[in-house]
Design a protein around this ligand. Structure first.
Ligand SMILES: *Cc1c(COP(=O)(O)O)cnc(C)c1O
Length: 494
């Protein structure tokens, strides 16, 4: 299987090369040249398998220059009991006959980013070997919270890689900061930036495009790489859990093989729901893909009107990982829906950077309507969804609550009774203050002490890695100005 760019169909590279590069030099996203098809027999063969085996089988369809043995080893490392707190890895919880929840936060950082970021470093490390790369990859990450920690946790101790994370000094929660500054591993670094997330991100982008910096680092034996969700090595591990969830439902007698399910996904950068779309295109029996947004409703408008318009106010919400106005992974969807028309996609992306908006063709608009349903909810509805689910005995976080709320909206408006799986992307313990408030408790403090308060109020077990934060030694205490980020990187890669 070869890979090409959403902005250049004539480019061709192997999967290892695509994982190593992350982003195509023409600015496009690297994408498989064909979508492998699965049939009923393939699904049946997975029904009684473990998650790790399912992952190796599904990923093997796309990563043809990795052996299935290799992929199985990676899956064992990524999703083993030292990393995940449940053997099921990505368990499906049944709420009623037609409603299930896919829990993706049982990994080491309690957010769904672990599902991909436990796998990507291994794919990358093998890609370095396969492509004969002599240099060490240095991953630079700007994070608004979840990605930085999940990336560090994934890359810690991985040979031939180093990782440096920048986070906005006052822009992440206390729990998130504690998670990052206590990270173990000899190849990791963390630095707070005096500024907001955009400052940190702009600094990282500047370093990436600085050719003098690139040369200096090359002289020291390093090249820069990204762990962002534009990397195919982050999308592919996410395709697995949709197929796995389907197999679980069939195995447990909650779905007949061949029967359709809807997925409702809390969406930011469009990576998670894009993976669901690929699963459907591969042949998984999926009905509607319900795209759930918070008050930043750019995707809802887009799916309804065919016009993507980022010119709108940015809202800071209690589901911060979905506070996003430009969803980069949409580019892969447009490429597929346009019949792999790279010229058309280039046109949209140019309009986006020039005018902050674009309008898709009638053909794409019709396809969007067929495959997706977009909805959004505000802060009050998010809080209400947490309270309602808690009353029914299920404690969910703010991002998951957005999905739960939009799923109900979809059912009310369309009357669709198809079995629906909504996706849970973070443990409620990552957002204790909002969750406590939603269930009628007044948060007493704003740090890791809220873990105990939420536990006392609900009796729900605290994820063991979060519980362990309280006794953990701070390892990093670095702060820099925006302009000083280059020096931090140079010092880190001395
Ligand atoms: C990243 C994230 C999302 C959004 O996922 P995308 O792939 O960016 O759409 C949703 N919820 C949580 C908790 C996240 O960390």
């Amino acid at each position: 299987m070869k890979y090409y760019s959403t902005r250049d169909k004539y480019l061709r590279m192997d999967s290892a090369e695509a994982v190593k590069m992350g982003l195509s030099r023409d600015g496009g996203l690297l994408t498989p040249e064909a979508i492998p098809q699965i049939d009923r027999a393939f699904l049946e063969s997975l029904v009684n398998q473990r998650y790790q085996t399912r992952a190796a089988r599904v990923m093997g369809l796309y990563l043809t220059d990795y052996t299935e043995e290799e992929l199985l080893t990676f899956a064992e490392n990524a999703y083993g009991p030292d990393k995940f707190d449940t053997e099921a890895v990505a368990p499906v919880r049944t709420l009623d006959g037609a409603t299930h929840c896919l829990e993706l936060w049982h990994g080491p950082t309690s957010a769904f980013k672990d599902m991909a970021l436990q796998m990507l470093p291994q794919l990358l490390s093998a890609a370095l070997r396969k492509t004969g790369e002599g240099k060490t990859a240095c991953i630079l990450v700007a994070t608004s919270g979840d990605t930085g920690k999940a990336a560090m946790e994934g890359f810690a101790g991985v040979p031939q890689t180093k990782i440096m994370v920048f986070y906005p000094k006052d822009g992440v929660s206390k729990v998130q900061e504690a998670q990052m500054v206590t990270q173990e591993g000899e190849n990791v670094g963390v630095c707070a930036v005096a500024g907001n997330f955009d400052d940190a991100q702009a600094g990282v982008k500047r370093i990436f495009s600085d050719s003098a910096m690139r040369e200096t680092l090359a002289g020291r034996g390093y090249f820069l790489s990204s762990a962002n969700s534009i990397n195919w090595g982050r999308i592919l591990p996410q395709v697995v859990y949709y197929i796995s969830a389907y197999c679980d439902l069939v195995r447990d007698g909650k779905l007949d093989m061949g029967e359709r399910v809807n997925f409702c996904v809390p969406t930011g950068n469009f990576g998670d729901i894009l993976a669901a779309y690929y699963a459907k295109r591969m042949g998984l029996p999926v009905g509607k893909l319900i795209c759930a947004s918070n008050r930043n409703d750019v995707l809802t408008d887009f799916l309804r009107t065919g016009v993507y318009d980022r010119n709108r106010p940015f809202h800071t919400t209690m589901s911060p990982s979905m506070d996003i106005l430009v969803s980069s992974n949409l580019e892969r969807l447009l490429f597929d829906l346009s019949g792999e028309n790279d010229e058309e996609v280039r046109g949209y992306m140019e309009a986006l950077s020039r005018d902050g908006q674009y309008q898709v063709s009638g053909q794409i608009k019709a396809a969007l309507k067929e495959e997706f349903w977009g909805g959004f909810c505000g802060e009050e509805e998010t809080t209400a969804a947490i309270a309602e689910n808690y009353k029914k005995g299920y404690l969910i976080d703010t991002h998951t609550a957005v999905a739960a709320s939009v799923m109900e909206q979809y059912r009310r408006e369309t009357g669709d009774q198809t079995v629906t799986v909504f996706v849970s992307t973070a443990s409620p313990y990552k957002f204790c203050n909002h969750v406590l408030t939603a269930i009628g408790e007044a948060p007493a403090g704003d740090g890791v002490e809220l873990l105990d308060q939420l536990n006392a109020a609900t009796g729900v077990t605290v994820p063991r890695r979060l519980a362990a934060l309280k006794g953990k030694q701070r390892r990093f205490d670095l702060t820099c100005e925006k302009a000083g980020m280059d020096d931090v990187v140079l010092e880190f890669l001395k």
